[in-house]
Design a protein around this ligand. Structure first.
Ligand code: PEP
Ligand code: MG
Length: 591
């Protein structure tokens, strides 16, 4: 038995198999379930196959533009792609350690670097650059697959404990806390976020462990003792029995349940609406449990099948939407029409792509025919979806939201198609309810035309995830620039103000559903900017409620006014931290 001592920030004792999450390295490490092993190995193979197609394509283009000598530079990478020490070695690590493919690829990279470092040969040293490039490409391709950290965190085995280098609120919000029993982090003292997070989730937590994420192996059985401020490795039967007794004592209390359902308000009583973002109809239970008032964003594209399956037809979709509306009643459900690009739609529904699909085309397509734009080119698909939505709206409050709108003409075209769908229903003799229609404001062009858009819709939802990347010209998936992805950039804050103003002038509701709302500190600033409706991952809602209750709206407005005068992210961050810290001191007891 071995004990790692840290700082207990939330009481309780639990045991579980460790899931390791390393965020700082930008590569997350998870233990994967036995059932997932084959899928993980397929992902790795698929990423290699993609890399080969991309490299062949790049080589051909370079050869055309720069001649064969330059093109030959890519031969080395193509050869490495077949090297048994790269992908097969990574596959071996996936199998042996039962870890995710991204982590295995990264491990292989470190092994290569260690070897190259030992050899003083300059030619070999140069090859490190090639390996790094290739590893970056493989990881980029792995990200293109369906698995995101969110998916992986969803697929955890029951009775896990999370061991992380640090746990940001946005990542914590993606964890399925019905499976994860407790957490421990290397970082942190009794920091504000982590401490309230753990207490509001009612999971035992120990922080400030320095190197637990390196010392604990994925899948290892550990005990987290929030009271004793320690993590116990290789626990004895006696320690495990104590953890089991604690688990039996943890019955959900009526008071906490009541607290969860309480609507959010600021300290001076301003109502703040908190809805949930969900991806699967099954998430409804988590949304209700977290105390969401409604569903502010249902990402309906998750209904689309995996490769080769059939897109669900109108009747099937109707049943799903109806189930959601009834399940969330009396809270409204906002369904966003499919937000996929051409490539995702093709790979999901088995449509042929046609022609080679090069890396830059793939990346570019996220800015191309996507969201509403794509729906407008697939009238049958789009109209089946909106017919299903209008039928479901007969059973409770439902709103239709269009993603990725860049101008009024697309909105008008979509509304025309909506009217046609309504006419179809009327011809069939079915009643047609009037359904509120809104747009996501997530492209800078939509921000600058928000006043025009506001005249033609019933509501706005600000999608900061996309807005930040398109406004700041930063691809979040590209690690070289992802540092520049910054919600606190003055341009983003000004855009939010503009959109809110346009909505208020036309008296239409405006909410914000990007990840930034899940960060308690950013949430307080957004309230200061005048927003009163948010939609976030269900896990973030209880924390958001607690935080909002500690701030007065006038103080938040004053904070926002100061922030809006600051020209740099650093200054804004300092101002925000100072305000959050000061207020937390006056309200006391934040740990
Ligand atoms: C957004 O862009 O902010 C958003 C909520 O939508 P998604 O993350 O699904 O693109
Ligand atoms: Mg978006």
């Amino acid at each position: 038995m071995q004990r790692l001592t840290g700082i207990g920030v939330s009481p309780g004792v639990v045991s579980g198999r460790a899931v390791i999450l390393i965020q700082r390295a930008h590569v997350l490490r998870y233990q994967i379930t036995a059932a997932r092993l084959g899928h993980e190995l397929d992902r790795l193979e698929e990423s290699r196959a993609r890399a080969r197609r991309q490299l062949v394509d790049i080589r051909a283009r370079v050869a055309r533009r720069r001649g064969p000598e330059m093109a030959a530079l890519f031969d080395a990478q193509l050869l490495m792609l077949d090297d048994p020490m790269l992908v097969p070695r990574a596959a071996h690590i996936v199998r042996e350690q039962r870890v995710n493919a991204e982590w295995a690829v990264q491990q292989v990279f470190h092994e290569f670097c260690a070897v190259f470092d030992e050899v003083a040969d300059p030619y070999l040293r140069e090859r490190t650059g090639d390996v790094a490039d290739l590893v970056g490409r493989l990881n980029m391709n792995l990200r293109q697959g369906a698995s995101t950290p969110r998916d992986l965190l969803r697929e955890l085995e029951e009775a896990s404990v999370l061991i992380a280098d640090e746990l940001t609120p946005s990542l914590a919000a993606q964890v399925d806390w019905t499976k994860v029993r407790g957490f421990a982090t290397d970082a942190g003292s009794r920091t504000y976020h982590t401490a309230i997070l753990a207490r509001s989730l009612e999971v035992p937590a120990v922080v400030g462990l320095h190197d637990a994420s390196r010392r604990i192996a994925p899948g290892q059985l550990v005990v987290i003792d929030g009271e004793g401020s320690e993590v116990i490795l290789e626990p004895t039967d006696e320690v495990l029995a104590r953890a089991a007794r604690h688990a039996d004592d943890r019955r959900p209390s009526v008071a906490v349940d009541h607290e969860r359902r309480r609507p959010a308000t600021t300290a001076d009583g301003v109502r703040i609406r908190l809805d949930a973002n969900i991806e699967f109809p099954d998430d409804l239970a988590a949304a209700r449990y977290a105390g969401a008032e409604g569903i502010g964003l249902y990402r309906s594209e998750f209904l689309l099948p995996g490769a080769g399956g059939d897109v669900p037809g109108e009747d099937e979709q109707y049943e799903i939407y109806r189930g959601m509306v009834e399940g969330m009643a009396p809270g409204p459900v906002t369904v966003r029409t499919f937000d996929v690009d051409e490539h995702q739609l093709a790979s999901r529904s088995g449509e042929p792509l046609g022609g080679g699909w090069a890396a830059d085309q793939e990346r570019g397509s996220r800015r191309g025919l996507r969201g509403l734009r794509l729906s407008l080119t697939r009238p049958e698909l789009f109209q089946a979806q909106v017919r299903a939505l209008m039928r479901a709206a007969r059973h409770g409050p439902l709103r239709i939201m269009f993603p990725f709108v860049s101008g009024v003409e697309q909105l008008r075209e979509a509304r025309r198609m909506l009217a046609e769908a309504a006419a179809d229903l009327a011809r069939r003799g079915e009643p047609v309810p009037s359904v509120p229609v809104g747009v996501m404001i997530e492209i800078p062009a939509a921000v600058y035309t928000a006043d025009f858009l506001a005249r033609e819709v019933d509501f706005f939802t600000i999608g900061t995830n996309d807005l930040i990347q398109y406004c700041l010209a930063v691809d979040r998936a590209d690690e070289r620039v992802s540092r520049l992805y910054e919600p606190l950039h003055p341009a983003i804050l000004r855009m939010i103000v503009m959109v809110r103003r346009a909505a208020v002038r036309r008296r239409i509701p405006v909410s914000l559903c990007g990840e930034m709302a899940s960060d308690p500190a950013l949430l307080t600033l957004l309230v200061g900017l005048g927003l009163t409706e948010f939609s976030m991952t269900p896990g973030a809602i209880p924390v958001a409620k607690q935080v909002l209750a500690e701030f007065r709206s006038d103080e938040l407005r004053a904070l926002a006014r100061r922030v809006l005068r600051l020209p740099t992210i650093d200054e804004i961050e300092r101002e925000l931290t100072a305000a959050v810290g000061r207020l937390s001191l006056t309200s006391g007891g934040r740990g």
